[in-house]
Write a protein that binds this ligand. Structure first.
Ligand SMILES: NC(=O)c1ccc[n+]([C@@H]2O[C@H](COP(=O)([O-])OP(=O)(O)OC[C@H]3O[C@@H](n4cnc5c(N)ncnc54)[C@H](O)[C@@H]3O)[C@@H](O)[C@H]2O)c1
Length: 289
């Protein structure tokens, strides 16, 4: 068997669509057997069909709620029965509720923490028995550039309070578990996407033919001027899942078209740039340099 994941087995959460589906297809194409799961049974089944049609090996357990510890143990047992366990765990699944301090209920807040951090904690906790048996393991968590900012939305629109907090938690979960699990030969890394075109972001972005203001903003301000594609993230996850990254653990790999590099401020604007350059020239002249 050939491919960058030849001979490996990967458990990917959230294979019902978006990045999880793209990951299942790509990982299988790189030689891995895939175990999927999702709340969305139809989406997960469709991904299995697509992977098999492309010649890959995949099984999945759905509907399955990763927030339920018993269900996660069932998933681990299913993986063990199906393929003898797994080498790679990609914690991709996540869902959140938006809102500000005024509008977000305590239930919404807790829902987001559960479905963006706790499900990762449970999955890694239960995957450990498989990694112990194999003597090694690789975990890739899915963070977000939202971890590093008060807002990542265009126009600094507030409303992703719980999401920002949860994703910051994912980054810290990654480094903490990297340290905790190093002696057990388990590497733990994180990929932090910027804006990616998936079913999850479709309502905010609109379509290419009928773009919403958010799509417009990103197209005008990202250093690489297109919306991210699921494969942009899968490429980074593939690297972290493969032995090519064997000397990496505790890292947070940002894949965001350059959004973080400008702190979300965007590309230079001609009028602001001209005013600033003139002010700098005056300051230089006044200093006598
Ligand atoms: N799309 C983006 O712009 C973007 C940006 C930054 C981070 N991310 C992160 O990337 C990951 C994937 O995002 P996506 O855009 O592909 O999302 P998506 O909504 O298209 O897919 C996520 C999948 O996870 C599943 N899921 C959610 N909670 C679950 C649970 N408790 N149990 C089982 N399945 C569950 C959903 O059913 C869904 O199929 C998420 O962690 C998300 O926070 C996405």
């Amino acid at each position: 068997m050939t491919g960058r994941l030849a001979g490996k087995v990967a458990l990917i959460t959230g294979t019902g669509g978006g990045q999880g589906r793209a990951g299942a297809l790509r990982f299988a194409n790189e030689g891995a057997k895939i175990i999927g799961c999702d709340l969305n049974a139809d989406g997960a089944e469709e991904t299995v069909r697509m992977v098999r049609e492309a010649g890959g090996d995949m099984v999945s357990l759905a509907p399955l709620d990763l927030a339920e510890e018993d269900a996660v143990q069932r998933l681990i047992d299913f993986a063990t029965e199906s393929y003898g366990g797994f080498d790679i765990l990609w914690n991709n699944a996540g869902s959140q509720r938006f809102g500000t301090l005024d509008t977000l209920s305590v239930e919404d807040f807790n829902y987001t923490l559960t479905n963006e951090i706790t499900i990762l904690f449970i999955a890694i906790k239960h995957a450990l028995e498989v990694f112990e048996r194999r003597g090694r393991g690789v975990v890739i968590n899915t963070g977000s550039i939202a971890a590093d900012s008060g807002t990542t939305l265009p126009g600094n629109v507030p409303g992703i309070l719980a999401h920002n907090i949860a994703k910051a938690g994912v980054v810290r979960l990654t480094s903490t578990l990297a340290a905790e699990l190093a002696s057990r030969n388990v590497r733990v890394n994180c990929v932090s996407p910027g804006i990616i075109e998936t079913p999850g972001t479709a309502p905010m972005l609109g379509t290419e033919d009928a773009p919403g203001p958010m799509r417009q903003h990103f197209l005008e301000n990202l250093l690489i001027r297109r919306i991210g594609r699921p494969d942009d993230i899968v490429n980074a996850v593939l690297f972290l899942a493969s032995d090519e990254s064997e000397w990496m653990t505790g890292s947070n790999l940002i894949v965001d078209g350059g959004q973080s590099a400008t702190s979300g401020v965007g590309l230079p604007q001609a009028n602001v740039a001209a005013a600033l350059q003139s002010a700098m020239a005056s300051a230089l002249a006044a200093s006598g340099a």
